[in-house]
Design a protein. Sequence first.
Lengths: 193, 193
Amino acid sequence: MNYESHHLSAAIKKARANLGLSQRDLSERSGLPQAQISKFENGTVDIRLSSLVALFRALGLELELVPRQVVPAVQSIVKNITPRSTIDVKLLARAKMALNCVLQQLARLNQSPGKLEYLKEYSHFLERTQISAIHTKSFKRWTKFLERLKTDSFDNKKIELLIKRTEELRNQLEQASDSSIQDPFSRPAYSLD
Amino acid sequence: MNYESHHLSAAIKKARANLGLSQRDLSERSGLPQAQISKFENGTVDIRLSSLVALFRALGLELELVPRQVVPAVQSIVKNITPRSTIDVKLLARAKMALNCVLQQLARLNQSPGKLEYLKEYSHFLERTQISAIHTKSFKRWTKFLERLKTDSFDNKKIELLIKRTEELRNQLEQASDSSIQDPFSRPAYSLD
DNA sequence: AATAAATATATATTATAAGATATCAGAAAA
DNA sequence: TTTTCTGATATCTTATAATATATATTTATT
């Protein structure tokens, strides 16, 4: 890359990772082919503005032209104000759907009602909790696991595994929300009047 | 324009105007052909990222990727904090040079010493004053007028005209610096800690 | 009204992005 | 181990940006 726009591709790569999207996911959203995204992220293509716009729009980002002098101020805003980016809405919806399917199947089976209750509660937990972008990957894995579960036939081992992985995830998320309270960056370092 | 990036071309057009640059000037600085700049500013071309970068770099701008949520905050910064963008340094240098030439010629002629004094004083005024971007156009015109003057043969009429136009410009600039004091936007609406 | 400056178009050539699609290698999960 | 997921490459066609250059059109300036 000669024209120093690596920071753009890096930013997009990061944003994509934060949302837990694969290049293929982003490809679907943005309409660009996955191959193109890969090339852009690696700086082996000089993409057109429209492609760039498609990419960052799909990631909830906007391009702003700012005078060089105020770049630090802008960057500080972006760092400090940005609410801990929450998980991708589509991913969350996917998770809820998968969880509901599993819950329904469990209810139909009518065995291990305790586990059913636990998972129901977890479903509510999902409603309440703002899932930090940091854990998107774990969350995505868990969702995929759910999705696979519902197609397979249920057996006790699988339900055990589900409970186990769910507890793991919950622990991760709860830890995160604790630490975010102490996080000095969670309070903005400026104020607008 | 289908890909909604008019605000980018508009920003560049504006920045260019603020610096008092013509498309040809910008072309020279950025290395892009004037025709390309025209097409971009009119949204009839989907330029590549490298071209965009060349353009905004030549204008002292940077491209920042900003989460949609904080776009208003960033725009407010750019509007309010941006120090009243000063005139292009090259243009200023050009003006000083032209003025000096004229001063020397006047000195050599050794007539109308009062006018000579006035212009000398104005030369110092230029050193002190931060010329608002708003008046770049007038300033550029004045500079060009000076440049034309020095090649022509001097006569009293021309010197009169020079004084007149210089006074006009000075008034404009002084008015500007007055109003900027009262300008509510000249004080930033936020503070960084 | 005439001239000049700035901007918008036009043309022709070359380079390369876009797009569709397939494949490959490595990592992760089963 | 086998399968699935992910990211990087490759190939081919088509569309269009880049570039140089010229010219027209619009806008200031004298």
